[in-house]
Write a protein that binds this ligand. Structure first.
Ligand SMILES: [Zn+2]
Length: 216
């Protein structure tokens, strides 16, 4: 689930926006140029507890694990990245709330009942893909489980995730295909192997397409 890992050194700017130290100077300047939204008064209006996905439970990730943005106005959203937590649902929620974790996803789905928790607003850039460009253009969905344990991936979790993915695709006009719904392991330069070989892509995509049809 995590991206570059917590060994990455961090710089704190202003009100808690984190920028990886040691990245290219150009990327750093780009980051500074995007701090316009930190100017008081022009921050996007946010309502505490508001969710993008109807029925999702809101538990805020630490602001250190994401970057406030105004998507899709500033960055188009055209990808969904599928993750597996490699730990329990509660652990995933806890670490995403931890400002030292350096990563968070927009959603975490519980295996036993398909419960959907939203931890970052879709308009914000959550640090989940381990690739800056992909973080900026994507929404990350974490699934409770372990890549080497096929039984982690329950029917209710597949179904809940497929409904969520179909809704995200509808919100941003994202095509429902494997070019736009990808695994963390398919993100360029990703060092992570999730969701792994036991994640049933055929089954999942069939469910996403069925859910997308139901909306129409
Ligand atoms: Zn991952």
């Amino acid at each position: 689930m995590a991206e570059e890992g917590i060994s990455r050194r961090k710089l704190l700017i202003g009100g808690g926006v984190t920028v990886a130290a040691g990245t290219a100077a150009l990327a750093y300047r780009e980051e500074l140029s995007r701090l316009w939204w930190q100017v008081p008064g022009i921050d996007k209006q946010r309502t505490e507890g508001e969710v993008d996905q109807p029925g999702a439970q809101w538990i805020a990730a630490s602001r250190a694990n994401l970057r406030y943005a105004d998507r899709p106005a500033d960055f188009p959203i055209d990808r969904i990245v599928v993750h597996v937590t490699e730990g329990s649902f509660d652990t995933a929620v806890r670490v995403f709330r931890d400002p030292m974790h350096a990563a968070a996803a927009h959603y975490v789905i519980r295996a036993k009942d398909g419960h959907v928790t939203q931890m970052a607003r879709e308009l914000d850039v959550a640090f989940h893909a381990g690739n800056r460009e992909y973080n900026e253009r994507s929404i990350g969905i974490e699934h409770e489980g372990f890549v080497d344990r096929e039984s982690s991936f329950t029917k209710v979790m597949y179904e809940a995730s497929a409904r969520l993915a179909a809704d995200i695709c509808a919100r941003y006009g994202i095509p429902v295909d494997r070019k736009h719904i990808i695994g963390h392991d398919e993100v360029p330069r990703a060092t992570h192997t999730d969701p792994g070989k036991h994640w049933d892509w055929d089954r999942y995509m069939k469910l996403v397409r069925a859910a997308a049809k139901q909306q129409a």
